[in-house]
Design a protein around this ligand. Structure first.
Ligand code: IPM
Ligand code: MN
Length: 356
């Protein structure tokens, strides 16, 4: 088969890590008989510098015409500490989520046995963690209006709004995943305080009825933040609203001790998008030291979820697992004898060529 992939490398280490993912995809295509066509598009700070917009129309058009988007990272320190800046790179990401209707962000959180010592948690607590975080991505505080400041500037407000259909579709997705896993869904909210959370609970209960044998429980977000580090292996699928999910998915991402290896998918009503969860890591940009595994595993998620190429996705995951076992890892995982970004990517691509 042939697939069109929009390649949005973005800022910082984005270009380096996406290049390795492309190498690995090309190797996978060779072995399994698929053609992947990559077309580059501008986004983020790189796009502002060239066009003035963090998400130029052509990029959006490219995404709409493609079968999937492979995304690197967004963000540049020159925009971070300047409140006067009017256009920010992150606006490109939010606009893309909205325009592509990417209502769910899916992040698997798994420990790699060979890397368990890297976890900030005790080994016996981190062991066997296997969580799927499902974060609502186009609603809540991020997009609710009104948002702004009073005339005199001393009051500011954001609005958290959720409609039943927005909750239904993302909870349904979480239930679908749970059915393929341990059939447990934890809905995280703040229903003791927030009206939106009470609608979440009510709606989630109704959705659960569609799935006979699903085990759904509800947890307040403050408690969930605590349980995630006390007993992470007790979770299966977690589903929550946008802001809670933003915070909890960062918390969950460090459990494995190797944030550089964590992939994610954003899916919705149009082209799905796949990206590593690490940011643009500007200090490492251009040095060939960033860990490409998160992006390579995001490419594997793309094959699995967007193209239904399960075997091919499995081959990439296996290759990444083997690279870790063989100690072919970047400086974040091995400060003493690190491999470079490109050496790591080459090894993984080569593994696929030799073994499949
Ligand atoms: C994420 C990021 C974004 C968010 C930023 C860059 C807008 O933190 O993808 O989690 O807050 O959603
Ligand atoms: Mn975030």
């Amino acid at each position: 088969m042939e697939y069109k992939i929009a390649l949005l490398a973005g800022d910082g280490i984005g270009p380096e890590v996406t290049e390795e993912a492309c190498k690995v995809l090309l190797a996978t295509g060779e072995r399994f008989g698929h053609k992947f066509h990559f077309t580059g598009g501008l986004i983020g700070a790189a796009a502002i510098d060239r066009t003035g917009s963090p998400l130029p129309d052509e990029t959006l058009e490219l995404c709409r015409k493609s079968d999937a988007v492979l995304f690197g990272a967004i963000g540049d320190p020159k925009y971070d500490n300047d409140p006067a800046v009017r256009v920010r790179p992150e606006q490109g990401l939010l606009a893309m989520r909205r325009e592509l209707g990417l209502y769910a962000n899916v992040r698997p959180v798994k420990t790699f046995p060979a890397l368990i010592e890297m976890s900030p948690l005790k080994r016996e607590i981190a062991l066997n963690t296997d969580i799927l975080m499902v974060r609502e991505l186009t609603g809540g505080l991020y997009f609710g209006r009104p948002q702004g400041r009073s005339e005199e500037g001393n009051t500011a407000y954001d609005t958290c709004v959720y409609h039943r259909y927005e909750i239904e579709r993302v909870v349904r997705l979480a239930c679908e995943y749970a059915m393929q896993r341990k059939k447990k869904v934890t809905v995280v909210d703040k229903a003791n305080i927030l009206a939106t959370s009470r609608l979440w609970r009510e709606t989630a209960r109704d959705v659960a009825l569609e799935y006979g044998d699903i085990n759904m429980d509800f947890m307040f977000v403050d408690n969930a933040a605590m349980q995630l580090i006390r007993f992470p292996s007790s979770f299966d699928v977690i589903v929550t609203e946008n802001m809670f999910g933003d915070i909890l998915s960062d918390e969950a991402s460090v459990i494995s001790g190797s944030m550089g290896m964590m992939p994610s998918a954003s899916i919705g009503t149009s082209t799905p998008l796949f990206e590593p969860i690490h940011g643009s890591y500007p200090q490492a940009a251009g040095k060939n030291i960033a860990n490409p595994a998160g992006t390579i595993l995001s490419a594997a998620m793309m094959l699995d979820m967007a193209f239904n190429l399960k075997q091919e996705a499995g081959a990439i995951s296996e290759a990444v697992g083997k690279s870790v076992e063989a100690g072919i890892v970047t400086v974040d995982l091995d400060p003493v004898y690190p491999k470079s970004t490109s050496e790591t990517g080459n090894w993984i691509a080569e593994y696929i060529r030799r073994n499949f």
